[in-house]
Design a protein around this ligand. Structure first.
Ligand SMILES: [Zn+2]
Length: 250
């Protein structure tokens, strides 16, 4: 009985170590799969440094986001070590862009653009609208911290857009949805104008991105000036929940 039980314990420990070894081997295999050709160029060593970020143009940064989303939508990703990124960025951050996106759980900017810790500032609010606090955050990101792209990212089948179309009312949400309503008025669409029509909802979401970009330029002279000098680029993108792909405006 005693020896049997000892054998049993030994067997379990061997199984565990085999499992651990398998895990390590798998990790190495994954690292090998994603070669430098596929890795996102925003990822330098362990975190984006100041020198590298400052050398990049807004267009190069957008190109890296496009490559990153291509990786994501194909099921590929840059092999990264979060602990190394965390340690490398702990003393300072040099993000390349500020992203304004919806709170939707299915549209996390870093994941869908294959980015890591320290790569982007990330502002999220339902319906990706820009209020004063968001504008202040963007001004900090670009003017003080040196980010070079402002990217307003909307997405398909957005619940906030649907809520605005349906005139939903609830506590503080009513006021937030009111900020999306100008996009409904500005959308020209022939067909069923209800939240049940996905194509209409997405047309309003697209218009909402355009109006948010216009709002940023109009209400933030700080960002408008940086853009007119060519220091930053303010643009948008639409993320498709079904395909995992982003349609960049620029
Ligand atoms: Zn949304």
């Amino acid at each position: 009985m005693q020896s049997k039980s000892r054998d049993g314990a030994l067997g379990e420990s061997q199984r565990l170590s085999r499992r651990t070894l398998f895990k390590l081997t798998s990790a190495a295999a994954v690292t090998g799969v994603i070669g430098p050709g596929l890795s996102n160029s925003l990822v330098y060593a362990d975190a984006l440094g100041k020198e590298k970020r400052d050398k990049m143009t807004p267009d190069e940064i957008l190109a890296a986001f496009k490559r990153g989303n291509k990786n994501f939508s194909k099921g590929l990703k840059t092999s990264r070590n979060y602990i190394n990124e965390q340690k490398a960025s702990a003393k300072g951050q040099y993000p390349s862009a500020v992203i304004l996106s919806c709170i939707d759980s299915r549209a996390p900017a870093e994941v869908i653009m294959d980015l890591g810790i320290g790569d982007i500032f990330n502002a999220r609010v339902a319906g990706n609208i820009a209020n004063e606090d968001i504008l202040g955050s963007m001004e900090f990101a670009c003017k003080l911290s040196g980010a070079k792209v402002v990217l307003v990212m909307g997405h398909t089948a957005c619940g906030a857009i649907k809520g605005a179309i349906d005139n939903a009312e609830l506590g503080n949400l009513t006021g937030l949805l009111a900020k999306i309503k100008p996009a409904i008025k500005a959308t020209t669409y022939k067909g069923e104008l209800t939240s049940k029509n996905g194509a209409y909802v997405d047309a309003v979401a697209q218009k909402n991105i355009e109006l948010t970009i216009a709002d940023i330029r109009k209400k933030s002279p700080v960002l408008a000036e940086l853009e007119s000098k060519g220091t930053i680029k303010i643009t948008g993108a639409m993320y498709n929940l079904e395909t995992g792909t982003m349609n960049f405006f620029a």
